[in-house]
Design a protein around this ligand. Structure first.
Ligand SMILES: NC(=O)c1ccc[n+]([C@@H]2O[C@H](COP(=O)([O-])OP(=O)(O)OC[C@H]3O[C@@H](n4cnc5c(N)ncnc54)[C@H](OP(=O)(O)O)[C@@H]3O)[C@@H](O)[C@H]2O)c1
Length: 327
């Protein structure tokens, strides 16, 4: 039923994650939305196996993904029991803790108490013995960096994760976290940050910090949650993230933004590709990028997005034209 090993791995590119020995696929699949209890369970399985068949070996979770929080990890765990689990040594599974997960003072941010409790819960929900990568999901300026990074280092020592990373840390927080992990004798593997044509904050110092520290880099929401696709050009489809009330709102697509989307779509058309593919190629033009972390609601989107692996990178003229539109 599934692709033979050679086809699966020949179709995908793999990049070393910073200065580590771990390779990540050019595209990774995230489960922020469309993997919760409200969604179709069979469709999730089809998305996971479609991704794996295309050589997408990295699957990204967090404690709070759903809705409800925790349900994406539970559903992923169920699918591991059914099919994907047979390939445990051929996949990289990540999870995170940092956002509000349970009531009281120990269910949020970056204390040792929260991180230790959260990874235990995530392991239980997924049924995994260990995560390949475990992240501090967001910085916590009220907790000493020594405590948060010390907890991550202990998570590695306890065998609950093979590697650790950070997410949403600013450039100075990144430098401090990497230095503290080094002091603990554990390498910071990767930074997971938002990066897309509609969010270029990472260009203001974060890429410098990533280069200086030699860590890997994975971009989340590269399609701006679906805005950088042809999904909303004719209105709001009933099966879309906006219609489902999943974080993105119809007010986010202003007239100015829609005009940009339409112009970017024309560039994609002139190249004979889809806007989603153009947006992903644009992210992966940066040498710092190890992988681009997509979301999806159907297997067809994953197939379309993964096709960028075989496409030539954007040329200088295309990049200039895109910059002009983005302004
Ligand atoms: N670390 C963090 O703080 C953080 C924050 C956010 C996300 N993340 C991670 O990053 C992952 C990706 O984020 P994201 O889901 O926002 O990513 P995204 O790739 O920007 O958006 C995904 C959405 O775009 C639409 N889409 C995807 N491919 C398409 C295609 N070829 N044509 C048309 N529409 C397409 C789908 O929308 P429809 O559902 O409408 O079909 C899909 O749900 C998450 O799952 C999570 O793992 C991390």
């Amino acid at each position: 039923m599934y692709l033979a090993k050679a086809d699966r791995y020949d179709g995908m590119k793999y990049n070393y994650c910073g200065e580590s020995g771990l390779k990540l696929p050019f595209l990774s699949l995230g489960m922020w939305y469309n993997f919760g209890f409200k969604e179709n369970f069979e469709n999730m399985g089809n998305m996971l196996m479609t991704a794996f068949d295309l050589g997408i070996t990295h699957f990204d979770l967090a404690n709070n993904y759903g809705p409800p929080p925790g349900s994406a990890e539970t559903n992923f765990g169920r699918h591991l029991n059914m099919e994907l689990g047979a390939y445990r040594d051929q996949i990289i599974v990540s999870s995170k803790a940092g956002y509000g997960m349970w009531e009281g003072p120990y269910g949020d941010f970056g204390s040792r108490k929260y991180l230790m409790a959260s990874i235990n819960q995530s392991l239980k929900r997924t049924g995994l013995e260990y995560f390949d990568i475990f992240y501090s999901h967001r910085p916590d300026t009220d907790t000493p960096i020594e405590e948060t990074m010390g907890a991550l280092a202990d998570i590695v020592r306890q065998g609950k994760a093979l590697y650790v990373g950070i997410s949403n840390y600013n450039p100075d927080q990144t430098r401090a976290a990497v230095a503290e992990l080094n002091r603990c004798g554990v390498r910071c593997l990767i930074h997971q940050h938002s990066y897309s044509m509609f969010n270029r904050t990472s260009e203001r110092g974060l890429f410098d910090a990533i280069n200086e520290t030699g860590i890997g880099s994975i971009a989340f929401s590269p399609l701006a949650q679906g805005q950088l696709t042809d999904r909303y050009i004719q209105g709001i489809p009933t099966d879309s993230r906006i219609a489902k009330g999943y974080y993105l709102k119809k007010e986010d697509i202003t007239e100015e933004k829609l005009n940009k989307i339409i112009m970017l779509n024309e560039i994609a058309k002139s190249r004979g590709i889809k806007l989603a593919q153009l947006a992903l190629l644009w992210v992966m033009r940066r040498s710092e990028m190890t992988s681009v972390l997509i979301g999806a609601s159907k297997p067809e989107q994953i197939i379309e997005n993964a096709a960028i692996v075989k496409m030539p990178p954007l040329n200088a003229d295309e990049q200039t034209e895109i910059d002009k539109i983005l302004g």
